[in-house]
Design a protein around this ligand. Structure first.
Ligand SMILES: [Zn+2]
Ligand SMILES: [Zn+2]
Length: 208
């Protein structure tokens, strides 16, 4: 049963990678999942509503459980599917917190650098959010280095009142461009997101 739990959680991380890369980025806005995800890239404060997430979790379980059940029996499949859903939920919380809460500890710092590099540096690299294992395996890993962040898209925890990167984060991030996100940059950000291009760091927009 431990094997079922480990395999279930591991399967989610593979699904996280595959869905994020192929169903979301490669499809460039075709289909609901891709549109929702690229909207999150265009506006990093946008997250799909919980109803859509629950629907996708139910869809995942309705495929995973019968397949696992046919292969290894119902008890094993129940543990496997539960572990997969638990890891999916962990991913949802971890991803949300990357955008909304400052890093705590080494894992938090490392996962933020990888995911924010995916957002602001190379959208076609570092698809794994909870783990970079699948990126390493499939050649899509890139070391984030120091991540350049457009000020208008910076997470709330990153900048001080003057709009500068907080001193404790200065080794990981550089902020560029204006802080205001007006209609011009919003439109440009949407085009870039749906083309899998990083947002332009130096955009300046007038308030309004
Ligand atoms: Zn994100
Ligand atoms: Zn993405």
């Amino acid at each position: 049963m431990v094997s079922a739990a480990v395999l279930g959680a591991g399967s989610w991380t593979a699904a996280e990678y595959g869905l994020h890369r192929f169903a979301m980025h490669e499809l460039r806005g075709k289909g609901l999942a891709s549109r929702e995800h690229l909207s999150h890239h265009a506006d990093v404060t946008y997250f799909s509503p919980a109803s859509k997430k629950l629907a996708s979790a139910a869809a995942t379980a309705s495929v995973a459980y019968p397949v696992a059940s046919a292969v290894a029996g119902r008890r094993w499949a129940a543990v496997y599917t539960s572990a997969m859903l638990a890891m999916y939920f962990t991913y949802e919380v971890a991803h949300r917190r990357i955008h909304t809460h400052p890093p705590k500890g080494r894992y938090g710092r490392w996962s933020r650098r990888r995911h924010l590099h995916h957002h602001f540096g190379k959208p076609m690299r570092n698809f794994g959010v909870t783990t970079p294992v699948w990126d390493h395996l499939f050649g899509s890993y890139e070391d984030p280095g120091v991540v350049t962040v457009p000020r208008r898209m910076a997470p709330v925890w990153m900048l001080d009142e003057a709009g500068e990167v907080r001193p404790e984060l200065a080794a990981d991030y550089v902020a560029k461009g204006g802080r205001v996100r007006g209609a011009t940059s919003a439109e440009r950000d949407r085009l870039d997101a749906f083309a899998n291009e990083p947002p332009a760091p130096e955009l300046f927009d007038v308030p309004g």
